[in-house]
Design a protein around this ligand. Structure first.
Ligand code: SF4
Ligand code: SF4
Length: 411
């Protein structure tokens, strides 16, 4: 795609990077076929090719207004278009550049500004966990649209293992996960413990930065990344950990990008690259876990349907591994009957900011997940689990909780 950058971008690194991405797009439109928002809305400007054009126009000095902002806001950043594109267009990078430019040029109504600020600061705050506990008690008073996201009872987690092992990994506890679904981190530590691996959580580590980044606070996202690097670095530098493990695929994707995000920061570039290289999604450890747990599990009866989060299958290109490994262990696991590649509508804070589209995608996903009458739905990211759970009476779990339960009595 030929692009003539406006003078303000001709010599800027951002302009040059965007130009090289735009050049790789051949305008074929294959990506529209797998874009969830294009599938639902049928508007070219709500598909990747149209959004790419909007960003191109901006970089060429065209006018930009509220409509451009809304088309970019409606993008889930699911990266389905990236894995479909035959030309290797880095859409995720480009839409990040486009959103940052729109944010500088187009003011938002105060209600939008407030809800985005509240999400950014509230979900990452130390007050979030106490607020969840209060919300659980006052659940009946919370308006219906929000009530679905509040747990029915105070979340519980079984005990953290006390075993000490020579093999150690760092685990990112996350920001919302310990408050909403604390059993996931405990289950991860227990399953790894059963495999002879000790799980450490570094003091000072917190949100991976994706939340702020997705809400156009790029600098805030980088601050979170640097804080996590500082928290992990002593263990990494001392060589006491084999890996930095993520059990939320959205966090895994963000941390694997620290190296790229901080490549221009002389103080952090090298550390960030090392941290990214050491980072693994928990499912990447599954072959070794499965080998250790062979014959130690009580496999429950009943089908499990697995929803692969976009951050796992498109963002990290990890497809089919969870289903294959759990099946090899004896679980009856299946992917969604149709449209396994489509986003469930969770997409970070998207389900709160774009509730109508998110609900439509959730219901479409649930229909495909439940077509084979599963006993349980499993996934690999806290956001997807919460969002899917808000639309079904079936239990939605992290796959590691199923392994944990097969090792022990359910919590
Ligand atoms: S599939 Fe790739 S090359 Fe084709 S229009 Fe979409 S982004 Fe451009
Ligand atoms: S990231 Fe997802 S929603 Fe956004 S344009 Fe690509 S396929 Fe569509």
């Amino acid at each position: 795609m030929q692009t003539k950058l406006s003078p303000e971008f001709t010599h800027s690194p951002v302009g040059k990077e965007a130009e090289s991405i735009l050049r790789s797009c051949v305008h074929c439109g294959f990506c529209n076929a797998t874009c969830p928002t294009y599938q639902i809305l049928g508007d070219e400007l709500d598909g990747p090719r149209g959004r790419i054009y909007l960003i191109k126009e901006m970089l060429e000095g065209g006018t930009v207004g509220r409509s451009t902002q809304q088309h970019l806001d409606r993008c889930l950043t699911c990266l389905n278009c990236e894995t479909t594109c035959p030309s290797g267009v880095r859409y995720g990078k480009l839409v990040g550049i486009g959103r940052a430019l729109v944010e500088q040029r187009v003011d938002r109504p105060w209600t939008e500004k407030f809800s985005r600020w509240l999400l950014k600061e509230g979900l990452t705050s130390s007050l979030f966990a106490p607020m969840v506990r209060i919300a659980v008690r006052a659940r009946r008073l919370v308006p219906g649209a929000l009530r679905k996201y509040i747990p029915r009872s105070s979340p519980r987690a079984a005990a953290w293992p006390t075993g000490r092992h020579e093999r150690k990994v760092l685990l990112l506890a996350g920001c919302v996960q310990p408050a909403l679904l604390p059993n996931i981190n405990g289950a991860t530590a227990r399953v790894l413990d059963a495999c002879g691996i000790e799980t450490l959580i570094a003091e000072g580590a917190g949100c991976c930065g994706a939340l702020r980044d997705h809400l156009s606070d790029h600098e805030g996202g980088l601050r979170d990344a640097r804080r996590n690097i500082d928290a992990w670095w002593p263990s990494v530098a001392a060589g006491t950990v084999d890996a930095i493990v993520m059990n939320a695929s959205a966090c895994g994707l963000a941390v694997k990008h620290y190296g790229d995000a901080l490549k221009g920061d002389t103080a952090y570039a090298e550390k960030a690259a090392r941290i990214s290289a050491l980072t693994q999604d928990l499912s990447e450890l599954l072959p070794a876990i499965a080998l250790s747990l062979q014959g130690k599990l009580r496999i429950p009866v009943g089908r499990i349907t697995f929803h692969a989060p976009c951050t796992l299958q498109h963002g990290q290109n990890l497809r089919g591994g969870v289903e294959a490994q759990l099946s090899a262990l004896g679980f009856d696991v299946q992917p969604a009957s149709r449209e396994g590649h489509l986003c469930c509508g969770s997409a970070g804070t998207y389900s709160v900011l774009q509730p109508k589209l998110a609900r439509e995608l959730r219901d479409r996903k649930l229909a495909n997940l439940t077509a084979t009458n599963p006993r349980t739905i499993a996934s690999a990211n806290v956001g997807c689990i919460q969002h899917l759970q808000s639309g079904t009476e079936l239990r939605v779990r992290h796959w590691v909780e199923l392994l944990d339960e097969a090792l022990r009595e359910p919590v």
